[in-house]
Write a new protein. Structure first.
Length: 366
């Protein structure tokens, strides 16, 4: 076996020889086209790493039993994903050294190719847990159907389609997270324990009562300022209490899934509310890291939209989309919806119901 060297280990001869564009010849590229190709290839490499780390995190969480000592590994993998997206966001600074006129010199060559065809970004969304109900339409077809059409005339398109089909059938990070949350002890009770449903309901009812008490006091203080009509203030805070109750008791979820989702949300609320308890410290960090992950993705989409607007304005995208308008709409999409929503109903520590069976959440010593 030959002595290993840096260039062979990284296959640099291959890596540095694939920037020739459609003609596979760098000498045929117009000025600034090499910059455009390299920055996008770099993004795709980072996406590849993000996907690997997401799957590692998911595989830890999806096991029937997740030992407490494995949670730091989940956080470790997700933190790497977050670092990747933070770096991907910085890539747009390099991208924006491309001026509008420079890009127009080769833009027509790309059409109808589009960043929407980045199957790895679509794969990231699928592995996260995005489904057809939450995905924004791109023209008249779904991303899967769009890439399927391209696959009919492109070997690489066929590969992309198979990747997305496989990702579609995987357990998503969102599902794995919900399964893990579902098994979280609430007031010391676990899903298989006798009377668990009553324990969960009791915790939620006491929590909603505390929310109502807080909102009543806030409404009283607001009315004392003389700003606004008293009946409108009362109605606004009463509505907020009802929204909190509706969310926590999963009244927005189909009846068949309501009890399970209610327990997931109760567990999430429990972790966020009693995060200082020793055995909830890492779970709380996991939830925070998951929220940061989606926040980084939203920031990436936002930065992407502004970069595109800066370079091409609001013209139609190369793939036929509405361009910046479509990109701006994607920034509103959320996949980990419960993780974001629970923040609306959190209470300060002094208003929290007392912890039942607190010994469940302490460190176990021999």
């Amino acid at each position: 076996m030959a002595t290993p060297n840096y260039w062979d280990y990284l296959s640099l001869d291959t890596l540095l020889g694939i920037q020739g564009g459609l003609d596979e010849d760098e000498s045929q590229l117009v000025p600034d086209e090499l910059h455009f190709i390299i920055t996008h290839q770099a993004l795709e490499l980072w996406f590849k790493l993000a996907l690997a780390e997401m799957r590692h995190a998911r595989d830890h969480l999806i096991k029937p039993t997740v030992p407490e000592e494995r949670i730091p590994y989940v956080v470790h993998h997700l933190r790497r994903v977050n670092a990747v997206f933070a770096l991907a966001i910085k890539t747009f600074e390099v991208m924006e050294t491309l001026t509008p006129q420079d890009f127009l010199s080769f833009r027509d060559k790309l059409s109808p190719a589009s960043g929407f065809q980045s199957f790895q970004m679509r794969e990231i969304e699928m592995v996260m847990g995005m489904n057809d109900q939450t995905r924004l339409s791109y023209g008249s077809s779904s991303p899967l159907e769009h890439i399927k059409k391209l696959a009919e005339s492109s070997p690489s398109g066929a590969m992309a389609y198979q990747r997305l089909k496989a990702a579609q059938s995987e357990v998503s990070l969102r599902v794995a997270l919900h399964e893990w949350l579902y098994r979280t002890p609430i007031s010391g009770s676990q899903p298989d324990d006798s009377g668990d449903a009553d324990v969960v309901d009791d915790f939620l009812q006491h929590y909603v009562a505390a929310v109502h008490e807080q909102h009543t006091e806030q409404a009283r203080a607001m009315k004392a300022t003389g700003l606004g009509k008293p009946e409108e203030i009362d109605a606004r805070y009463a509505n907020n209490t009802e929204l909190a109750k509706s969310f926590l008791f999963a009244e927005d979820v189909d009846a068949a899934q309501r009890d399970r989702r209610k327990r997931v949300r109760a567990a999430l609320l429990y972790i966020e509310s009693y995060r200082d308890l020793p055995l909830l410290a890492w779970p709380r960090l996991l939830v925070d890291t998951m929220v940061e992950f989606e926040e980084q993705l939203v920031l990436w989409r936002t930065r992407h939209a502004r970069m595109v607007e800066r370079v091409i304005g609001r013209r139609v995208g190369t793939g036929g989309s509405s361009g910046v308008d479509y990109l701006d709409r994607t920034t509103k999409v959320r996949i980990f919806t419960d993780l974001w929503a629970v923040r609306t109903v959190l209470l300060p520590k002094h208003r929290l119901p007392p912890v039942e069976n607190i010994e469940t959440y302490g460190f176990v010593t021999d």
